[in-house]
Design a protein around this ligand. Structure first.
Ligand SMILES: *Cc1c(COP(=O)(O)O)cnc(C)c1O
Length: 354
């Protein structure tokens, strides 16, 4: 695949690491590629970062055909920039595309695109502790007509944003509210796809939780409102009586790459990890009798995020004394160690840009 490259004539100044935040600053360039049923994917190009122009009837604006991915490029101490399990993101993007009737991208071509783009922008990968270059591939339906059908035209893009440390003041356990009214996804729906629509449906509950002083909501399944699913933009894990439990991938949960990595890492070290259904009743009982030892969220942004407080209906429970537990800390240290190249990567999870 040929990628045409048009470099910006006015490169921006790199920001100070302490001012980064999340997703507010973007690099000098972006990747763009168009799809039509007739031509397939075509016009792969890297162009200066800037606004795009789409038709007012573009499918994405009316019917929400949009999927995305999120992964990071990490700068190691030796200066080399590396990615963490990027093929997993590419495969998940194709799985999301299949669900939304958006076109597939050949895995190897997608990897070539990703690495070409990141290589060009790699100077934007910050080096301060905990910082990284966040990569946001996304795809949307782009037919110029209001007819409702699987799309015939689409666009794929990648933008990149240097992001700050998720924990500039050290890891702080978060407060989570278990949502018992709104639901995020149902089996047979789009819960397992990383699509914008899932987020649109989640915002109301997230907003209500925030008003009550909680960081995010913990979703229950959409059919019985009984089984634990996931937290906002993170999967969730619990340590109950020595057993590590995470909700099984039933179709309504996003199959997180951090989740998968936590499971593989813990199993390799001899921990018991079970992917199964976990009901709110079981969780509530474990909160009440003290057998819930640890709870944490896991996702690319925070890696692992200890849960220090869980609220359900009118009750508020403290988890692990409101402090980060040993398994959570171990996962955080090991995964971030591998990602930033401080720990040997025995799993072959990291990839340089070659
Ligand atoms: C992206 C995402 C996750 C976490 O996935 P990672 O691959 O670990 O970053 C979890 N839940 C939802 C809803 C997500 O969108």
């Amino acid at each position: 695949m040929d990628i045409s490259i048009t470099k910006t004539s006015c490169p921006k100044e790199k920001p100070d690491s302490s001012t980064l935040g999340f997703g507010k600053i973007f690099t000098d360039h972006m990747f763009v590629m168009d799809y039509s049923r007739e031509k397939g994917w075509h016009d792969a190009r890297i162009v200066p970062f800037g606004n795009i122009s789409i038709h007012p009837a573009s499918t994405v604006l009316h019917y929400g055909s949009e999927i995305f991915e999120g992964l990071k490029a990490y700068r190691r101490a030796d200066g080399v920039v590396q990615l963490f399990r990027p093929m997993e993101n590419i495969r998940r993007m194709n799985a999301s595309a299949e669900r939304l009737c958006l076109p597939q991208i050949d895995e190897n071509e997608a990897m070539h695109i990703l690495k070409t783009f990141v290589s060009l922008e790699q100077d934007w990968t910050p080096s301060a502790p905990g910082t990284s270059l966040y990569l946001r591939p996304f795809m949307f339906g782009n037919d110029e007509s209001l007819g409702v059908h699987a799309v015939h035209n689409a666009r794929f893009m990648i933008i990149a944003s240097p992001v700050g440390s998720y924990y500039p003041e050290g890891i702080n356990p978060v407060k989570i509210m278990i949502e018992d009214k709104d639901v995020r996804a149902v089996r047979g729906g789009t819960g397992y796809a990383k699509c914008g629509g899932n987020y649109a449906a989640s915002n109301r509950a997230g907003e209500r939780a925030e008003q009550k002083g909680y960081t995010q909501v913990l979703w229950l399944d959409g059919v019985e409102r009984r089984y634990i699913e996931e937290v906002g933009a993170m999967n969730v894990m619990f340590k109950i009586n020595g057993e590590i439990v995470t909700p099984a991938l039933t179709g309504s949960i996003l199959p997180g790459i951090t989740r998968k990595s936590c499971i593989e890492l813990l199993k390799s070290e001899g921990y018991t990890v079970n992917e199964r259904l976990l009901s709110i009743d079981e969780l509530e009982a474990a909160l009440k009798d003290g057998s819930l030892e640890e709870a944490w969220g896991c996702g690319t942004a925070a890696v692992v995020s200890p849960i220090g407080e869980l609220a359900y209906k009118d009750e508020v429970f403290t988890v692990g004394g409101g402090k980060i537990g040993p398994v959570t800390q171990h996962l955080y240290d090991t995964l971030t160690g591998i990602q930033w190249g401080r720990i040997e990567d025995k799993f072959g999870w990291t990839e340089t840009l070659d």
